[in-house]
Design a protein around this ligand. Structure first.
Ligand SMILES: Cc1ncc(COP(=O)(O)O)c(C=O)c1O
Length: 380
């Protein structure tokens, strides 16, 4: 008997598209015979981690730490985070990347018959987490392309309109990837206040440390007022530890206890725990990364304006540019220049390229590659 295993999977999984990661450098270099490739496709930090992280990692490997299971509670890291954020240790849940935390939230609060809401163009992991537990994803329309302050951004009115008695979780990315759009403190506070408190509101702040806007919310301060709020953050972006996989949630102790029930044992490895703890102690490195990114945002805005290219105003470490045609041929032309950026048709944005912001030199190299691509595929 031939079995179609797809038919055995839960319905939500049958309908899922696998997450598409950016092309690895090695694969591209093999395929195209290029070298010295610049990868600006996955919003990693080109500055790399703090030198303190590198010291701690070398020492950790020398101690043969890897033969033993890690501290299953990640005590050192949680304690450092708790002190920094002025919350209790019990309010922090560590994840194997913040994706892991998003998944824990889905496993703890969602199942068949329950609904979760997110915005169009929101981060691709939300539908994966929701559908993998067979819950229903409700996708709110985003703000229109010609919106004066927040084009492509989360439309909180549209999101609220999707709430039903089956809604259990709302995912908000602030800033969002791949758009880089963000919500101001007042509007987000008002929204969360208006959501019934038996619905979990997740504010995903993977790019939190990059944002320099005065009106960007300090959501951790709101945790006492909103027991249904979960804030997620990561060490993959500004702390440049994407390869080690560590992220975390901050929420009420009661919700953290539930997340910890579904958390896989030893989900964060020993090296990641030590590296993340060391990364938190290097404020200077973090500030330097913010400064370089802010300059990079200005560079890309000016470059786009000069070329008459529309871009989505981003406050993250990436910029998403409208190339007014299928972006894949431009992406391929840039690959030939040994520069990897990210076309994002999987987000319903087939005419956009997402480019990770880098150092001045690398931004220029990427722009040169984009210019070469635009010569081959000019915009009418
Ligand atoms: C908005 C957003 N949330 C969460 C993540 C997950 O990051 P990680 O699992 O590496 O912490 C990303 C990564 O790209 C992201 O863009």
């Amino acid at each position: 008997m031939t079995i179609h295993y797809k038919s055995l999977a839960v319905r939500g999984v049958q309908r899922l598209q696998p997450y598409l990661p950016g092309k690895p450098i090695e694969e591209l270099e093999r395929e195209l015979g290029v070298s010295n490739t610049l990868k600006l496709a996955s919003n990693e930090n080109p500055m790399g981690p703090s030198p303190l992280v590198m010291d701690v990692l070398s020492a950790a490997v020398a101690k043969e730490k890897i033969a033993l299971y890690p501290d299953g509670n990640g005590f050192i890291l949680k304690q450092t985070l708790a002190e920094m954020l002025k919350v209790s240790l019990q309010q922090i849940t560590l994840g194997n990347g913040s994706n892991d935390v998003l998944d824990m939230i889905a496993r703890a609060f969602l199942c068949e018959g329950r609904e979760a809401i997110y915005s169009r163009y929101a981060f691709a992991v939300y539908p994966i987490s929701i559908q993998s537990v067979n819950a229903t994803a409700k996708v709110a329309d985003a703000l229109p392309v010609d919106h004066d302050t927040n084009p492509y951004g989360h439309d909180l009115v549209a999101m609220k309109a999707l709430i039903t008695d089956k809604t259990r979780v709302i995912f908000i990315a602030n800033p969002n990837n791949p758009t880089g759009t963000w919500l101001k403190s007042a509007e987000l506070h008002e929204f969360i206040s208006s959501v019934p408190n038996d619905i979990i509101v997740v504010v995903d702040e993977a790019y939190f440390e990059y944002v320099e806007e005065d009106e960007y919310p300090d959501t951790v301060q709101w945790l006492n007022d909103f027991p249904n709020l979960i804030v997620t953050r990561t060490f993959s972006k500004i702390y440049a530890l994407a390869g080690l996989r560590v992220g975390y949630a901050i929420c009420s102790e009661e919700i953290a206890d539930l997340l910890n029930r579904v958390r896989h044992p030893f989900n964060v490895n020993s090296l990641a725990i030590e590296a993340a703890t060391a990364a938190l102690s290097d404020r200077e490195h973090l500030e330097k990364c913010v400064e370089i990114n802010t300059k990079g945002i200005k560079f890309w805005r000016a470059a786009c304006q000069y070329r008459g290219l529309d871009y989505i105003p981003s406050v993250g470490n990436f910029v998403t540019i409208d190339v007014e045609q299928n972006a894949v041929p431009l992406y391929e032309a840039m690959l030939k220049e040994a520069v990897i950026v990210r076309p994002i048709p999987n987000y319903g944005l087939p005419n956009h390229l997402r480019i990770t912001i880098s150092t001045a030199e690398e931004n220029q190299r990427c722009l040169d590659a984009l210019d070469i691509a635009l010569k081959q595929f000019p915009i009418d």
